[in-house]
Design a protein around this ligand. Structure first.
Ligand code: CO8
Length: 258
């Protein structure tokens, strides 16, 4: 598949997806979203990898939605653009494999919202992260007002959104936005190390962990607990080969072969 704004590379069981529009700091426009959606719908590629790492070309991860493109938007166009972004970011959040955002530089506005749709975030110590929409008379429009408080709590989310100044990677780490910091030259390498470790785990368990956490956040804790018990029970069905292999391997003192 040929892309103008994306690059994709496979390293063993890991896929590396690079946003590749460095002249505009990888800003998101409709064409970028179209390509992202095409990539995410390519089942053959997704099924051939166990973990996806998303990063940006050049000095930014993604510096937000394309501000130039938004200048002439009508209310309907703005609504549609917001919906397009949400659909694509939900595609990422709903992938059955873990997705790691390797934040190599600026992750601002829609760029941070993209990172928030990933499962974990590794950031360069030099990266700056934030939701600066308030400076443009805007609000986050790709579900950032919803994903961020679910990740870091309402107070921290309001702090980031209402000040709109952005924070250093170290502050983002303290707030819980970022799970791991890396020297600027090693962001991808450290993300790939984490990806390798995840790729050695049970793919079915990874899929279920993701599903339980994401769906559980939308349910009452009672219903979420019931959902977990149901899935836990289901893992002990006869046809659940990965559970059988995992427990057998432990008892036989060998590595599991998934
Ligand atoms: N959109 C379009 N172009 C951009 C963007 C952007 N978000 N960010 C940077 N660029 C372009 C610049 O215009 C510049 O292009 P040119 O060379 O043609 O002038 C090029 O990228 C390089 O940028 P700078 O020269 O500004 O680089 P600096 O290193 O000096 O500054 C910054 C880097 C601080 C990241 C700066 O570029 C900046 O502040 N960018 C904008 C950040 C921002 O406000 N992002 C939020 C955008 S709003 C948003 O994301 C809303 C999402 C919800 C949308 C809902 C749907 C309607």
């Amino acid at each position: 598949m040929h892309f103008n704004y994306l690059k994709f590379e496979k390293r063993g069981k890991i896929g590396i997806l690079t946003l590749n529009r460095p002249e505009a700091l990888n800003a998101l426009n409709k064409d970028v979203f179209k390509e992202l959606s095409c990539f995410l719908e390519d089942r053959e590629t997704i099924q051939s990898i166990r973990v996806l790492v998303v990063t940006g070309e050049g000095k930014a991860f993604v510096a937000g939605a394309d501000i130039k493109a938004m200048q002439e938007y009508s209310p309907q166009m703005a609504y549609d653009f917001s919906e397009i972004g949400k659909v694509v970011f939900d595609q990422i959040a709903n992938l059955e494999i873990p997705v790691i955002a390797a934040i190599n530089g600026f992750a601002l506005g829609g760029g941070l919202e993209l990172a928030l749709s990933c499962d974990i975030r590794v950031a360069s110590e030099k990266a700056r992260l934030g939701l600066p929409e308030v400076n443009l008379g805007l609000i986050p429009g790709f579900n950032g007002t919803q994903r961020l408080p679910r990740l870091v709590g309402a107070g921290n989310a309001m702090y980031l959104m209402m000040l709109g100044e952005g924070v250093t990677a170290a502050e983002a780490y303290q707030l819980g936005v970022v799970q791991k910091l890396a020297p600027p030259e090693s962001v991808l390498e450290i993300s790939l190390e984490l990806a390798e470790k995840m790729a050695s785990k049970s793919p079915n368990a990874l899929r279920l962990i993701k599903l339980m956490v994401r769906e559980g956040l939308e349910l009452s804790s009672e219903d979420a607990g019931k959902m977990e018990s149901k899935e836990f029970g289901r893992l002990f069905k006869e046809d659940q080969k990965e559970r059988k292999e995992g427990i057998d391997a432990f008892l036989e003192k060998r590595k599991p072969n998934w």
